[in-house]
Design a protein around this ligand. Structure first.
Ligand code: NAD
Length: 520
């Protein structure tokens, strides 16, 4: 039986039972763009999570034994399933997040299609055995091999802003490495993960290899207790709790956390492109992107021109419930408390002297919206410039020069994405190297995320570890070093029993080796 229950089914069951369906241990899933409850999922307790982990542990060895080719076949089948079922998947994502169809296509669906092919093709190369020659004289003539062994059961805990990409998306590399995965989607948006699990079954993923644990924070905490490794994407506050809990069992964690991404616009920038990017990358997905442009620093001579362009473009944005392709640019606020955070940041800024040039208010219902908002006259005394807003706001600050821009960009507890805008790309790259962040674009923003060949991660409070690239799959494995001795004497010089003769030989030989001035 499916764990998700659409509300029409639920009504029928309640009528058949002669009354209302019970609500305990179940979580209502809302469509934020309409305010309607669309489904209910179980809030799983610790015992149920332990059972899912145990089931995944039993299924893992056979999945690993399938080899890269066997596992890749499932990934390619899953990609074909996603393309065939894209309307169903897109509708599910849109319904549970309130985002636009375009945001769902670019940010979730197409990325996952790409990712399935990427890891299916690359996993073998990234994880192939490494033959190593040691420089140690003790290893002369011996064979050294490092293999990358799956860690076992990986727990993937995801947020609500990209429910397919940042939950199932992180499972793909873990699965290709030969692990079983227990997925714990956000309680706000569990439906696309459940649908993807159905797709994986249809693609031939063996039973038990990727169960889904629906539930709130407690469900996630139980997964931390049971899994062999945790891949977490979410807020910095939760990331710290997870790391503390994982310390109890020495469980490794990879944490992708919050951001407050700066954009630096220099006087020689292509202002039209920079303004287009600022608006798109601040408002995309309703501003609910960890790598959104969250604050802009513009050099004085071009500040007025840049602000005028941004204001004009922001005014033209259409916001509302997602409908036909191209219908609106900005969708709903997915998570109810996030609307309060956005409002608080705008009010705090205004109280401290900021000006609202566009928006600044909650949008009209019945769904939950916040107007695309442009703020100026902002500074670092304001939450809008220092704390993660995670909404459709764009605060712009005037700076004297490059030095001030870099200093302010780095004046943050976060360090996820960032960007520098200038026609002098060499200077742009030099400035990029001074930014304290996991990623910096020159004349672009956040698009680096889709380059899965390179690491994506955060520094400071933005995370620990990274996803994508070779390291992004090796983190789901344990290096297993195998040392093979084939031809060797019965007794090595360092074996027992010690004798004065062999000890002296050993000491002299080593002194000769390390006594040379030549580099070795
Ligand atoms: P959140 O931290 O509230 O929740 C994330 C997940 O953690 C949910 O599934 C939740 O149920 C679970 N959880 C909550 N408490 C837990 C606990 N004690 N133990 C285990 N699991 C627990 O985050 P959110 O509000 O869903 O997501 C928004 C945040 O995610 C923002 O800060 C955003 O910047 C960040 N984010 C980061 C990235 C990145 O790649 N760096 C990407 C997207 C979102």
């Amino acid at each position: 039986m499916s764990v998700v229950e659409r509300d029409e089914e639920r009504g029928a069951r309640a009528r058949a039972n002669g009354g209302a369906a019970e609500d305990h241990d179940r979580i209502a899933v809302e469509n934020p763009a309409t305010g309607e409850t669309i489904a209910h999922v179980p809030d799983m307790g610790a015992d149920e999570v332990a059972e899912l982990v145990a089931r995944a542990r039993r299924a893992q060895p056979a999945w690993d034994a399938l080899g890269f080719e066997g596992r890749a076949r499932v990934m390619y089948e899953a990609r074909a399933w996603l393309v065939e079922n894209r309307d169903r998947m897109l509708r599910t994502i849109i319904e549970e997040t309130g985002k636009t169809r375009e945001d769902a296509i670019v940010g979730d669906w197409s990325f996952i299609c790409d990712s399935l092919g990427f890891w299916a093709k690359r996993a073998r190369r990234y994880l192939k055995d490494e033959r190593v020659r040691s420089r140690s004289p003790f290893l002369l003539g011996k064979k050294l091999v490092v293999r990358h062994r799956p860690i076992g059961v990986v727990g993937v805990i995801g947020p609500w802003n990209f429910p397919l990409n940042l939950c199932f998306g992180d499972a793909i590399a873990a699965l290709m490495a030969g692990n079983a995965v227990v997925l714990k989607p956000s309680e706000i948006t569990p439906l696309s993960t459940l649908l993807m699990a159905e797709g994986m079954r249809a693609a031939g993923l063996p039973e038990g290899v990727m169960p889904v644990a629906t539930g709130r924070g407690g469900t996630g905490a139980a997964l931390v207790d049971g899994a062999d490794m945790i891949m977490f994407t979410g807020s910095t506050a939760t990331g710290k709790k997870i790391m503390a809990r994982a310390a109890e069992t020495l469980t490794p964690v990879s944490l992708e956390l919050g951001g407050k991404d700066p954009m630096i616009v220099l006087r020689d920038a292509d202002l039209e492109r920079a303004a287009n990017a600022a608006v798109s990358y601040a408002m995309a997905n309703g501003g609910q992107v960890c790598t959104s442009v969250e604050r802009v620093y513009v050099e004085e001579p071009v500040y007025d021109d840049f602000v005028a362009r941004v204001v004009d473009k922001t005014r033209r944005l259409r916001q509302g419930a997602p409908g036909e392709p191209g219908a609106v640019e900005v969708g709903a606020v997915t998570f109810a408390p996030q609307a309060d955070v956005v409002e608080d940041h705008v009010h705090d800024a205004v109280e401290k002297g900021a000006r609202v040039l566009v928006g600044g208010e909650r949008g009209a219902g019945p769904g939950r919206f916040f107007q695309p908002t442009v703020l100026t006259d902002v500074d670092h005394s304001m939450k809008a410039m220092t704390e993660e807003t995670f909404g459709p706001t764009l605060p712009i600050m005037k700076v004297r020069d490059e030095e001030e821009a870099v200093r302010l960009a780095n004046d943050s507890e976060y360090g996820l994405n960032s960007s520098v805008w200038t026609r002098d790309v060499e200077r742009g790259e030099a400035i990029a190297r001074r930014i304290e962040a996991g990623n910096t674009c020159v004349n672009d923003g956040l698009i680096n995320f889709v380059a899965q060949e390179v690491p994506f991660g955060g520094v400071k409070s933005s995370g620990l570890g990274y996803r994508h690239s070779g390291g992004g799959i090796r983190k789901y494995t344990q290096p297993h070093t195998i040392c093979v001795t084939r031809f060797a004497p019965k007794r090595e010089l360092h074996f027992y029993p010690y004798s004065a003769r062999t000890s002296r030989m050993l000491e002299r030989g080593l002194a000769l080796l390390y006594g040379r001035k030549r580099r070795r």
